[in-house]
Design a protein around this ligand. Structure first.
Ligand code: IPE
Ligand code: IPE
Ligand code: MG
Length: 257
């Protein structure tokens, strides 16, 4: 199936460049993270406005435990306080929040704040915001395989995704901060994602940057292996339905608002 002129249904963002943003200003790295949290709030609001169904943010990777203790401690506290301070906003805008990744290594207070925010926002239908904390895509894929070992097929893995270790397919992946790599984020889900690498550090990301990336996305013809302009032809409709994300025309997505 090939398609154009779409709002991405699932947007994933690797929020990178916080530390360098601060260092370039002669400031401690934690200040970059604090500014990054503000930017994250704007990204969430803007994606909801644009009609995105799923927004997945990379906040802390399983490899980020390698960082200095103080930086890790600051980040974990920032997540807990941000969850609390954003709750009213999320509820007001009908946004459902989920955290994905390991929880067994997180401080009890953070695990509690996560459970609270998740249950309070569970009825939100406008957008599903997922935040990755202590997340490794390779670990998630290994877990999904272990969970569906009995099913032994890719289709079974796709079918097993909602609410488990794998997420819906990503339509658009954005990474700020100048690096052009995935750093163990949503490797399976990004099979046919459009990739946007921005040099701007995350704290400086604006809604205009996002608009530009979305406008570029809307121009892409997504072919999923088909020839340009080719109509849907599949001898395995279930596999195709699982692989092709549910993206919708811009006007239709904005009608949701
Ligand atoms: C991303 O910014 C935030 C986290 C990984 C928690 P960085 O902290 O990686 O910032 P840089 O890449 O060092 O500038
Ligand atoms: C990826 O950024 C993790 C997050 C943005 C949370 P990193 O800064 O940790 O990735 P590398 O080390 O540059 O690959
Ligand atoms: Mg980084």
């Amino acid at each position: 199936m090939t398609s154009r002129s779409l709002v991405p249904s699932h947007v994933a963002v690797i929020m990178d460049g916080n530390g360098r943003w601060a260092s370039h200003r002669g400031r401690p790295r934690w200040m970059g993270h604090a500014r990054g949290a503000r930017t994250a709030r704007e990204v969430v609001a803007h994606c909801a406005r644009l009609g995105v169904d799923n927004l997945s943010l990379y906040a802390f990777s399983s490899d980020n435990w390698k960082r200095p203790r103080e930086e890790v401690g600051f980040l974990l506290e920032l997540f807990a306080s941000h969850l609390e301070s954003q709750l009213a906003d999320l509820l007001q805008h009908g946004i459902r929040l989920s955290i994905f990744g390991r929880r067994d290594r997180l401080p009890a207070a953070l695990v509690q704040a996560i459970a609270h925010a998740e249950s309070r926002t569970a009825q939100g239908t406008r957008m599903h915001l997922r935040v990755a904390i202590d997340y490794s895509s390779r670990a998630a894929i290994a877990e999904a395989f272990a969970q569906s070992a009995a099913a032994e097929s890719m289709a079974a893995l796709d079918a097993a995704t909602p609410g488990q270790s794998l997420l819906p397919p990503v339509d658009l992946l954005v990474r700020t901060g100048g690096e052009r790599r995935l750093s163990d984020f949503l490797l399976w889900e990004c099979a046919y994602a459009e990739l946007a690498f921005l040099d701007v550090p995350f704290p400086d990301l604006t809604t205009e940057h996002l608009d530009t990336v979305f406008a570029d996305f809307a121009k892409r013809e997504r072919r999923y292996g088909a020839a340009p302009g080719q109509a849907v032809v599949s001898d395995d409709d279930d596999a195709l339905a699982a692989a092709v994300p549910a993206a919708r025309p811009v006007a239709q997505a904005q009608k949701k608002l």
